[in-house]
Design a protein around this ligand. Sequence first.
Ligand code: MLT
Length: 391
Amino acid sequence: MKVNTHYGELKDSYLFSTIAHKVSAYSAAHPDKSIIRLGIGDVTLPLCPAVVEAMQAAVAEMGKKETFRGYGPEQGYDFLADAITAYYQERGITIGRSEVFVSDGAKSDLGNILDLFDRDNTVLVPDPVYPVYVDTNVMAGRPIRYMDANAENGFLPLPDETVKADILYLCSPNNPTGAVYSREQLKTWVEYALENDAVILFDAAYEAFVRDPALPRSIFEIEGAKRCAIEFCSFSKTAGFTGTRCGYTIVPQELKRDGMSLNAMWLRRQTTKFNGVPYIVQRGAAAVFTPEGQRQVRENIDYYRENARIIASALRERGAWFTGGENSPYIWLKCPEGTGSWAYFDRLLEEAGVVGTPGEGFGKNGEGYFRLTAFGDRANTEEAVRRIAHL
Ligand code: MLT
């Protein structure tokens, strides 16, 4: 018997678990200290009324023999998939019903999608990066190449023609840096992927935060992307589903490698290993796309966008260097006076009672940087800004 020894190559614990443990230990030792959490990007506003009503109605249906449902289609009910295709169509992107796969969230799909790829593929990830892209490939023993994201390139690296990658990860608006690729920049990535026969895994979890029409919200806005990209979306940050769990992944029919359809492979994978998202949750998710649901979730996003603006303007006033905070719920700032990012984490926690995420947790280029989220509540965000400014 042999275990997967690649697990031994991982850091001891997942970044956000490490932070949660540090914060719990600190709170236990200082029970009187008020702590404001702007670390993990978890939402604080409740589900909007349209979602709650739809879920309540679905619960009632599940309680009656005539309307009860057992196993649903693994790839999601038509009522939700059709609402998702309509959401893309409003932006001029045609997605077929068979290209939509409803799941319990982008994180799971970003990890699970790797079932489709051979272990020998070279993976290209930006540094700093959402740790899930790295850890899931380390678990599989796949070789990883890093591309530098830094202040010089605005934390938006572009292809290096000397690097040959097979699988590459892009996230825009970016977690953790809040930077957003332009259409022109994404076009460069699509061209690179097509030339190298690579597949782009595009994480669009934060697309709903983009309000600037000049900026892309989907990789499929780019010509040729359907031949080289898979897109991952989530209701977590858009509609407050971090605890409710629902997302969707678009695998185009045109996407083929080694004579095989990745769409057919993903369908086969999902129908074998996954039994679908609960009917009640899918009804809630579908309500997000009704006119009322869209209005309500937009109000929530506006609230977080205003938090981001408050943090960003306080940093700007003090001459701090940062990216994000606009078209994104994350603010990525340079730590003061060359302080290391874990040192800044400790200092903010101990002296200001504010929790953020140390940039180094996202990769070596994150050293000296720090991430704040705009998902807190307004009063806490304002208080955190005051405390940080004071410090
Ligand atoms: C984050 O804080 O980076 C995210 O909340 C993590 C996630 O979405 O899984």
